[in-house]
Write a protein that binds this ligand. Sequence first.
Ligand code: ZN
Length: 347
Amino acid sequence: MIPVFDGHNDALIAEDHGSLASGRHGGHLDLPRMRTGGMRGGIFAVFTRTYDDRSRAPAVDRDDGVRTFPLDPEISSERAALVCTTVAGRLLALERTGRMHVARAIADIDNAREGPSDAPPVAVLHFEGAEAVGPDLAALETWYAAGLRSIGPAWSRPNRFAHGVPFIYPSSPDVGPGLTPQGFALLRRCAELGILIDVSHLTEAGFWDVASRDAGPIVASHSGAHAISPCSRNLTDQQLDAIGRSGGLVGIVFACGFLRPDFVDSPQTTPLELIVRHASHVADRIGVEHVGLGSDFDGAYIPSELGDVAGLPRLLNALRDTGGFTPAEVEAIAWHNWRRVLDAWWR
Ligand code: ZN
């Protein structure tokens, strides 16, 4: 079985029944299903919901045919810090009980791939939105010690560091300002510590702000190609070119709405093959070494044909059979490309 490193999941914040360790009812990802699918490592996101009672405000369909979701308001640092402490604690408990490793160095990534298939998988701790980090950035030290190795300055809402990209279809990602001065300071400090910066939820302005600093390879952990699905969350060909020049990577997202040309969020009618099309577009444009996987398991509707993390071998087969990628290229998409960019950012 081909080992997979997946660039983004929300399993730590999923709230359905069961446990990550022994198996959940529903959802996309748990340890038993990771073993079935060959997922030996991945980036595990910590995310603070804007609202306690719902995921976000419903879509608004404008008269001109544009579908837009109202931008979530800012949340407080205090609330985000409490949620991050709680959710990261779930991962650290899995580490303490020997069910998972938390990656703190690149050797942890390598060990997870080379070890026996029933060895504990490796998790990279990621903040999807940096609200829990205060203006003086001191909390980064604590979180780095706990294992934080990846951060998205903002989710799709504004905070003190950046203006996240709102969900709009059809729309360019150029919708709003980029990094704030504190956002540039965050980027500098993360580069010093060795914490990867993830641009997936940034506006196009924020993307170019990150690109201008030349801090490390540009990484979009869970995004698609705007040329196929023209929504604000996807990357334009010009952004892809910059990612390629930087030696970076796009984790191809599995979210139906971001995959489909019509933005419809329907698992039953979204073919697995669309994930392959996005991967092929990025590979054709900037090279297969810049393609990875970034599922958004437990954070999005994904094609029923894939189902959940146990279905990953079906996707790898499709990359080979439909996408025409060679076995070595499939292995690079599944693992080695992610390994390269993590190694470039980490100290
Ligand atoms: Zn996300």
